[in-house]
Each structure stands twice: as C-alpha cells, then as structure tokens.
Design a protein around this ligand. Structure first.
Ligand code: ATP
Ligand code: MG
Length: 362
C-alpha cells in the first residue's frame, strides 16, 4: 500500500474515530463502528486515532507510551469489524501538526461559557479525578472541530455522548464561514442504532475505562463469562419471580444483538411472568454475541498474521490525510487573509532588495 492522493476524490467526506485508550467494545460497534462499516464506500472515510484528545485526560509519559499498543489493537478491532483499509483511511492525529494550527484559529470562534456549559466535559474531568477543568479538556470540542473540518467532513458517525461536541463543530464552521466567506461544510452527526449501550454493570455507558465492557476481541469463553456476570433484575432471586425488563441490561443487549426476534419476544414474555431462569436468558445472549463476534475473530486473525501491516496502514493513511489537511490550511489562510499578509511582507522585502540592487548597480 502507498499513500493515496485524495485531493481529487469527489465523494462526500466522513470523519470519526477514537481515543487510543484501549480496545474497542460492543458500545463502539453499535454506537458508531457499524455505521462506519456501512458507509465506507459511499463516503471518503477518515478514521482518526485521536491521541491528542487522549492527552486531555491522560497525559503521563506512561499513558502516552501505552497508546502504541492501543493504537494497533484499535485499528485491528476496526478491521475485524469490517473496515476495509483499502477503502477507509486510518491516521494518527498527533502526526499532523497542521491540526494544531487549525485548532488555534478555531479557539477564537467559540466562547468559554459555551464550552463550560457542556456536561460531557465536566463528566470527563470528574472521571479523570481532576479537581479543576484543564484548559485542554475545555477545548476538547474545539480540537474535535479541527479534526472534522481539517478534511472538510460532511458526516460524523458518533455515539450519543458525542452529539453535543459535533454541535460545537457546526457552530465553528458557521462562524468561520460568516467571518471569512463560505469555506467549510456544516457537518451532520449520525448516531448509531443504539445511541448509548449501557455497561455490563447496568451503568450509564459501556466504556473502555470503566471495566464494564465486552471487547470485540474477547474470545468465546470470556464473552460467556462476562454475560453470566451481568447485572440483571436484583429482585429476582428465583426463576419463578416475575422480572422487570426496564433498566435491565441483559434485555437491552438482547434487543441490540440477538437477531432472532421471536426468541427475544419469547424470553421477555417468560421473564415478566416468572417462567424462565436467568441462566437461560444469559446463555442465549452469549450465543448471539458470540455469533456476532465470530466472523470478526476470523478477520482479525487473517490480518494479525501479517506483522507490520496495521502499522503500515496507519503510516500511509497519515501521509494521505496530511496532504488533505495541508490543502485545507492553505485555503483557510487565504480565506482569513493570513496568506495575503505573508505575501505582502515578502513583496515589500523583495522591493527593498530590488531597490538596493538597483542603487548599488548605479
Ligand atoms: P474512554 O473511556 O477512553 O472515553 P470510550 O469507551 O468512551 O473511551 P471513546 O473513544 O470516547 O470510547 O468513543 C469513541 C466513539 O464511540 C464515540 O463516537 C462514542 O460516542 C462511541 N461510544 C463509546 N462508548 C459507547 C457506548 N457505550 N454506546 C454507544 N456509543 C459509544
Ligand atoms: Mg469516551
């Protein structure tokens, strides 16, 4: 594979991605990954490995060094889930310094109170045990706007927790266009069929960092074990006690992952009337999840057997994206007038040089 020239590809652009903080899980799959797979041909697809965003909550040297393996695992997870690296382009955010330049321009197009109102950032600060909001974390959605707009993205498939961030991107795009002329598309967010998948513990959200996830790379036995240990209706200490479906992650997962609707309806009917044991409900779920993951395991093996291939995909993809971003930055600098100022200074310097030479020649 070689870096591709994308500057002449006329398809609409899709951008999304993940922080390299761990392996991908079922929440990623239903929230965004499935959409990525479905859309990768129709859209020019860019998948960011958002390591600068990782730094907003994890920035020790150990965190940074650990991201190397996470990056490889995550890209393998995506490929296993059906991303074709010949179609979609993976890239490493921190290897494209122009993204930081765009971030600097965008910082002037949004106010501090606007960012301070975002609940997701407060949650992230709390989860990361930060007593006060770091400047970089407050700017998380601004940097995300730089990611989406550096490739002039049109559509952003994300989980529900990310919707508010994409709204900031839309505001920044409009503001830029208002100030400097029509330049950026105003991108649309696209939330997956399960906007937020709850955790195995019944907690608000399955998350890499909360130890409540089934990973796409989990083997069959691990899936069975994790499903068996899932939180379920705690009032149901015997199979003949009628159970509740609301807030019961086992049934949310059946809805999300069991394609056999008749089986799910039957289990629900028997559950609410106390005619089925938890073990049967959970084992049927484990079978459904394993059926989803089995083809992923095969694709992962095929790719993982070729050492260095994932790494090459990232390196080539980053070169491809950097060329696109440099094109965008050039356009932004012209739209803003920065390019004209630099040209003006060069013209004046040349004039001085030419005048001096002319004087000396006399
Ligand atoms: P971290 O704990 O490091 O924040 P994460 O598991 O929340 O990790 P992100 O990298 O923050 O994962 O999210 C990547 C993408 O996956 C985002 O679009 C996010 O909305 C989506 N996503 C993550 N978890 C879920 C979930 N449980 N349900 C639906 N979508 C999800
Ligand atoms: Mg997250």
């Amino acid at each position: 594979m070689n870096p591709r020239d994308d500057t002449t590809d006329a398809r609409p652009v899709l951008l999304t991605g993940d922080r390299p903080t761990g392996r991908l899980h079922l929440g990623h799959y239903v929230g965004t990954l499935k959409n990525r797979v479905a859309m990768q041909q129709e859209f020019r697809t860019y998948l960011i490995i958002a390591d600068l965003h990782m730094l907003t909550t994890r920035n020790s040297r150990d965190d940074v060094l650990a991201s190397e393996q996470h990056i490889v695992d995550m890209v393998l997870d995506s490929i296993a889930a059906g991303i074709d690296p010949a179609q979609a382009t993976f890239y490493l955010q921190s290897a494209i310094p122009e993204v930081c330049e765009i971030n600097t321009y965008f910082q002037n197009l949004v106010t501090v109170p606007r960012l301070e109102r975002m609940p997701s950032l407060k949650d992230m600060a709390r989860d990361a045990n930060k007593e006060e909001m770091p400047y970089g974390l407050l700017g998380y959605p601004v940097l995300q706007a730089a990611d989406i707009l550096c490739v002039r993205g049109n559509v952003v498939p994300v989980g529900k927790d990310n919707l508010a961030h994409v709204e900031v991107t839309r505001e920044i795009a409009r503001r830029f266009n208002h100030l400097y002329g029509d330049f950026f598309p105003v991108p649309e967010a696209l939330v997956g069929e399960v906007p937020t998948l709850v955790g195995l513990d019944g907690g608000a959200k399955m998350s890499k960092s909360l130890d409540n996830a089934i990973f796409l790379s989990d083997d069959e036995a691990t899936v069975r074990k994790k499903v068996r240990s899932m939180y379920t209706d705690p009032a149901r200490t015997r199979p003949d006690i009628p159970g509740r479906l609301e807030g019961n992650p086992v049934f949310s997962y059946h809805d999300a992952f069991n394609p056999d609707r008749a089986e799910v309806d039957d289990l629900k009917a028997r559950y609410v009337t106390g005619r089925v044991g938890d073990v049967e409900v959970k084992d049927k779920l484990a079978v459904a999840v394993n059926a989803l993951l089995e083809p992923m395991r095969a694709r992962r093996r095929a790719f993982a057997e070729q050492p260095g291939l994932v790494e090459q995909v990232i390196i080539d993809g980053t070169a491809t994206v950097r060329a696109v971003v440099q094109d965008t930055v050039g356009g932004m600098r012209r739209a803003m007038g920065l390019a004209q100022v630099a040209d003006g200074l060069a013209r004046r310097a040349r004039f001085r040089h030419d005048t001096k030479q002319a004087l000396e020649a006399r």
